[in-house]
Design a protein around this ligand. Structure first.
Ligand code: GLY
Length: 312
């Protein structure tokens, strides 16, 4: 067994975070990072650390995941989440959950208790409930108000059902998704993420977050990555697998900036990424205005509303 210095790096979403929310968002990522790092210091697994960190952010209404998720065009909540083990390359995802308090726990059940990688909709909800997960009312007033405001904007621009247009509106108010990466004392990497998705999305739309390679990826031979922002962009670039492939030759920080540079060139503005390489080097990069993130090692403690901004 290697004795690796443990690392956790996590985010509470890329986008335009209003100044009045910065303090609460930073407190949220600090709490999640402390919780995840404590698990790593107890020599528990990277998987346990990323799951606990994401649960903490799902339970915090400031973030767009679990309680506090954004609403789709019809005013409903449909959440997506996934988790991946870099040691085995096993992963599990869930999509379109409506009433499960912690979608990330459902994703871990898919990974560990089924032969599948992704389960969606009513069947995923049933699996979660049969496995003993709690139901939850995920709706909060701030998101309902944002939904009403978004609908008004759609109406005023006569954009009733065009998802491209709704995503344009979403870009202006993006504060998207939570995710976490960890390296444990055994040298194992893991990744996890969870989201309410883009607000005003069409019902049934599934983003990058539950898709291995797009919303997250982890491979002990290369590195781990998790994405935030417009899922359609992340999926078109299979962005987290792209970043992990770069980490075969490059450090985590260099892979993060190279990946976001590629994203800006190929698909435009709207993404952020966290990377963590197998030697514990990590970074946050984005082409959005903000990326709320935190990291803990034995020597470092960081919480910030910005990473490396790569807008060209
Ligand atoms: N990145 C989250 C989503 O697009 O659903």
């Amino acid at each position: 067994m290697t004795s690796q210095n443990p690392v956790i790096v996590l985010h509470g979403g890329a986008g335009n975070w209003p100044t009045r929310l910065h303090e609460s968002a930073l407190n949220g990522v600090r709490k999640a990072a402390n919780l995840g790092f404590k698990i790593l210091l107890e020599e528990r697994s990277a998987l346990d650390a990323v799951e606990a960190a994401v649960v903490s952010m799902e339970d915090n209404p400031i973030f767009n995941a679990g309680i506090g998720s954004t609403l789709n065009l019809l005013g409903e909540i449909e959440t997506d989440a996934a988790i991946m083990d870099g040691r085995t390359l096993r992963g599990g995802g869930v999509a379109l959950l409506r009433n499960i308090r912690n979608p990330i726990k459902a994703a871990r059940i898919v990974m560990e208790q089924t032969d599948h990688v992704l389960i969606a909709g009513i069947a995923a909800e049933r699996l979660a409930l049969e496995s003993g997960l709690d139901k939850g009312n995920l709706s909060v007033l701030r998101r309902v108000q944002a939904w009403k405001e978004g609908l008004k904007q759609l109406k005023s621009k006569q954009m009733k059902r065009s998802s491209n247009k709704t995503i344009e509106i979403f870009l202006g108010r993006l504060s998207d998704t939570v995710g976490a990466l960890a390296l444990d004392a055994g040298g194992n990497l893991a990744a996890a993420d969870s989201t309410g998705g883009v607000s005003l999305k069409l019902p049934g739309r599934i983003g990058d977050s539950p898709i291995l390679g797009s919303g997250l990826y982890a491979d002990n031979q290369s590195g781990a990555a998790t994405a935030t922002g417009i899922g359609e962009q992340a999926m078109r670039l299979v962005i987290c697998k792209t970043a992990c492939d770069l980490m075969r030759q490059e450090t985590g920080p260099s892979a993060a900036t190279d990946t976001i540079r590629l994203a800006t060139k190929k698909v435009g503005i709207g993404l952020g990424i966290l990377t963590l390489d197998r030697r514990g080097r990590f970074a946050a990069a984005h082409n959005t205005r903000h990326l709320c993130w935190a990291a803990r090692t034995r020597l470092t403690s960081v919480e910030k509303m910005w990473g490396t901004r790569v807008s060209k």
